[in-house]
Design a binder for this molecule. Structure first.
Ligand SMILES: NC(=O)c1ccc[n+]([C@@H]2O[C@H](COP(=O)([O-])OP(=O)(O)OC[C@H]3O[C@@H](n4cnc5c(N)ncnc54)[C@H](O)[C@@H]3O)[C@@H](O)[C@H]2O)c1
Length: 440
């Protein structure tokens, strides 16, 4: 099939590349000429395991193309995916300006029957707006071209995006058109060979499914963080409690790690957007509002532990930070807990020495740009020299079994603060290190 994917970020680039991997002819479009120029030179603008090899292979095989010119891409396409950002607007609602701008461009430039697929996470009712926007442009052109609008929310996880896309748990398709259903099933069939993974539903339910999924996962995280905070007060160990409750199949082990709160490009904005959607429709979503409040507070728990140990005024102290990305396997720092922890420490006068295997450029260029008192170093052990304590914030594998002797020798005071989700029983007290983690 000939496909256009509009928006070549984490979702668009991965989706387009995976569709091309199955033999489709895919053109990825982006409004950012620098991104497209890089992609056309074989430079992949994001870090996602396995993505670069797959892109290069499919470009070489002439299955994958990159352009800024939507009209040329659409010329031969049967399906156009909208995969642009839907960031949090100033009022907390999802900002639809990019999605609707794309819809307008599609209406202006489509030349044949088209299935337009919302892959971006969009508020309920957006497909209707996309449809109306395209139709308005076709009316201006006096065109009676047919088109369908489908909701196909994306569930990939950054850091495992290729695997998730190639072997999805489910493919949710929201449509009222049998033509579109058939085409979408045809497109996704190669990804669903072992069993049927299609879940077809009406468009609004598909749009809602994405928000409900993210809100459920965020709720599990905030619930466990709240339990962890209570554990600290009553002398219980949240990690042992986690194992105790996870063994119940109705609860399960996933997403119940206590930690420094959820970040990333999706949960914070989608949880917020869902509360706005509810409010706009006359419902006060108390639980989901609380999920967000718990998370906002949780991002500062590690900083509070540092203050408790070193004092309110951190002038003269240096903290070594391992991990800036919001989770391992990605360079993405959107809403990462590290941003909040580092800014809080710097506000109190501290110096920071930071290391991350993939996110240092993101930190320098965007998320910690202009924040004073930060030095970035090239290896994890370079963080330690002259630092008063080590702060772990992302569970990259290379931080799992560090050389604790080296850490103890190099740090000015042998103190570790661990804000990672996944606890490892290190028995550090017996190694002469002070160790603080969330939930104990
Ligand atoms: N990142 C994730 O893990 C993830 C997972 C599931 C769903 N989503 C959803 O998918 C959507 C995209 O997320 P993302 O993380 O890929 O965003 P992103 O910011 O990485 O990428 C968006 C891309 O769209 C481009 N763009 C903006 N306007 C454009 C236009 N008019 N024409 C062409 N390109 C345009 C931008 O330049 C950018 O490259 C969001 O709605 C997000 O909530 C994201």
């Amino acid at each position: 099939m000939n496909i256009t994917v509009i928006g070549s970020g984490y979702v668009g680039l991965v989706s387009g590349t995976c569709f091309s991997e199955m033999g489709n002819k895919v053109t990825c479009v982006d409004i950012d000429p620098i991104k497209i120029e890089k992609l056309n030179k074989g430079i992949i603008p994001i870090f996602e395991p396995g993505l670069d090899q797959m892109v290069l292979k499919n470009v070489k095989n002439k299955n994958l193309f990159f352009t800024t010119e939507l009209d040329k891409a659409l010329k031969d396409s049967e399906i156009a995916f909208i995969a642009v950002g839907t960031p949090m607007g100033s009022d907390g609602a999802a900002d639809l300006q990019y999605v609707l701008a794309v819809a307008k461009s599609i209406g202006k430039s489509m030349q044949k029957r088209l299935i337009v697929v919302d892959k971006s996470t969009v508020p309920i009712g957006t497909a209707d707006k996309v449809k109306a926007t395209i139709q308005a442009e076709l009316d201006i052109r006096n065109s009676n071209l047919e088109f369908d609008v489908v909701s196909n929310p994306e569930f990939l996880k950054e850091g495992a995006a290729i695997l998730d896309f190639m072997k999805p748990d489910r493919v949710v398709i929201g449509t009222d058109s049998s033509y579109a259903t058939k085409k979408m099933q045809q497109l996704y069939h190669p990804f669903c060979l072992s069993r049927d993974r299609f879940i077809c539903m009406d468009i609004r339910s598909a749009e809602m499914t994405k928000y409900a999924a993210n809100a459920m996962l965020a709720t599990k995280i905030s619930f466990m963080n709240e339990i962890a905070n209570i554990c600290e007060k009553v002398g219980a160990d949240a990690n042992q409690v986690r194992i105790g409750i996870g063994s119940d199949q109705r609860i399960g082990y996933s997403f119940i790690y206590p930690g420094a709160g959820y970040g990333g490009s999706c949960f914070p904005k989608d949880v917020k957007a869902l509360t706005k959607i509810a409010k706009e429709n006359g419902y006060n979503s108390k639980l989901i509002i609380a999920v967000e409040e718990v998370n906002d507070a949780q991002k500062l728990v590690i900083a509070q532990k540092i203050v408790k140990r070193f004092g309110e005024d951190l002038t003269g102290f240096t903290f070594g930070v391992w991990g800036l990305a919001f989770k391992p396997g990605t360079d993405d720092m959107r809403e990462a807990p590290s941003i909040y922890v580092i800014k809080e420490l710097v506000k109190r006068g501290a110096q920071i020495k930071a290391y991350d295997p993939k996110s240092i450029d993101e930190a320098k260029e965007h998320y910690l740009k202009g924040v004073r008192n930060i030095t970035y170093v090239a290896s994890k052990y370079d963080v330690l020299n002259d630092s008063d304590a080590l702060v772990l914030l992302t569970e990259w594998k290379e931080f799992r079994s560090p050389d604790f002797e080296e850490i103890k020798i190099q740090l000015k005071t042998p103190v570790i603060f661990d804000g990672r989700n996944q606890y490892i029983a290190y028995d550090l007290e017996n190694k002469g290190l002070e160790y603080y983690r969330i939930g104990k």
